[in-house]
Design a protein around this ligand. Structure first.
Ligand code: GDP
Ligand code: MN
Length: 396
């Protein structure tokens, strides 16, 4: 699960990570109040208005703007709130902005220069260990840095038995070219950041940029956090940070029916039991000349209700030109699933696209008979190859 920048920063702060302070608002008037309050708290005279959506690259899309007066705070908030923000990560349709974070300006002039770094903590699946990835090239697109100047990206692996060690944090601060107060602040920053990542059971914490201010403070200016869904039951406070506005509505609905659904761009809807078989089915759809419209794993219990819920969800997508149901009857009996399909088909009514059902395993023959004798426009198959041919015919 992803959370917003303002929520991620609150979480970081709880663990002692220094952040760019800010207050969230959902109307221009509240944004002005937030700016006033922030001025009292931090003494800042300038503010940054930051769109809160679950996507990076907001600066590039016009979702992060500097305001030099309360009037500008109001004007910019008015413009950003409600806008359809398009960034390199949102896709061309963009995302609607419901909230802005009014943050203190931290790029103020001073004794020394400001510098922007990149620091993230994530699980390295290759080594099965947590890893801190960092770079002197912060503030910009890290994928681009990785591609053009991979030598400027450093990695520090954490031994799970002993956790992050002080010497490792000092090595990071050193490699980032810091000294004096900034060095000490960075060590503190890295230790606290790792603790936050570890104790929240996160999958990723990405801070880009980490800023060295002109008075040598080290603070998180941005924060992208991905929490591990499987650990959310241990973090009720974090689970409450979920923002359904940011999720695909069909995926939310599927989740409520316990279906594992991911929307894709193709024309063949598919409903499968088991994630592995679902992947294989998607490959097969491609081989037969179609493109999968979704990934849908109905899980172990493929019954009339789940099949019906699956049908309804797939059919919300206007691009779907055919549906392939591919169920392997191991624990579930194919004839039961077949009856479920027929029942769901009748309940929904008005299905105008071809449906190909491939049932293999326990009672497959009986299942085929149920489908064939239903009188519905449902084509049955037992062999996968057969089903693929029928999908091809349906698309022709
Ligand atoms: P992203 O574009 O979604 O990654 O959003 P960020 O939070 O990283 O902000 C984008 C950029 O806005 C940063 O890289 C900074 O250059 C700039 N920015 C953020 N905070 C401030 C600030 O306090 N003052 C100024 N002048 N610029 C800021
Ligand atoms: Mn950023």
């Amino acid at each position: 699960m992803n959370i917003h920048e303002y929520q991620a920063k609150q979480t970081l702060k709880k663990y002692g990570v220094a952040i760019q302070e800010g207050i969230v608002a959902d109307t221009p008037d509240k944004a002005v109040d937030a700016a006033k309050e922030l001025k009292e708290q931090t003494g800042t005279g300038w503010w940054v208005v930051k769109a809160q959506i679950h996507a990076g690259g907001r600066g590039k899309g016009g979702g992060v703007k500097l305001a030099k007066s309360l009037d500008e705070v109001k004007e910019l908030s008015n413009k950003i709130l409600g806008m359809q923000l398009v960034t390199p990560q949102t896709g061309p349709e963009g995302k609607k902005v419901h909230k802005v974070l009014i943050a203190q300006d931290v790029y103020y002039p001073g004794e020394s220069e400001t510098s922007e770094f990149y620091i993230s903590v994530l699980l390295d699946r290759a080594t099965s260990r947590n890893m801190i990835m960092y770079s002197t090239e912060g503030g910009m697109d890290i994928e681009e840095v990785a591609e053009k100047t991979p030598n400027l990206i450093f990695k520090e692996e954490v031994d799970p038995k002993i956790g992050l060690q002080g010497f490792q944090a000092r090595k990071i601060a050193f490699n980032l070219g810091l000294s004096g107060k900034a060095f000490k602040e960075m060590v503190k920053f890295v230790m606290a950041l790792y603790k936050a990542y570890d104790e929240t059971d996160s999958a990723m914490f990405e801070i880009n940029p980490v800023l060295k201010t002109s008075d040598d403070k080290i603070i998180a200016v941005d924060a992208k956090v991905n929490l591990d869904d499987n650990a959310l039951y241990r973090h009720k406070d974090l689970a409450l940070m979920r923002d359904i506005n940011e999720e695909d509505p069909t995926e939310v609905e599927a989740g409520e029916s316990n279906l594992n659904y991911v929307k894709l761009d193709g024309n063949v809807g598919c409903m499968v039991n088991g994630a592995g078989l679902a992947m294989a089915t998607m490959d097969m759809i491609k081989l037969s000349g179609g493109e999968p419209a979704n990934f849908l794993d109905v899980g172990g219990a493929a019954n009339a209700q789940t099949v019906e819920a699956g049908f309804r969800i797939i059919m919300k997508d206007p691009n779907v030109k055919a549906i392939l149901i591919n169920v392997f009857g191991g624990i579930v009996r194919c004839d039961r699933v077949a009856k479920g399909v027929v029942e769901a088909y009748k309940n929904i009514g008005n299905i105008n696209i071809p449906i190909i059902v491939r049932l293999q395993g326990t009672n497959a023959e009986e299942a085929k008979k149920v489908i064939d004798e239903s009188g519905l426009k449902v084509v049955s198959a037992i062999l996968l190859k057969d089903a693929a041919e029928k999908v091809k015919e349906a698309l022709a």
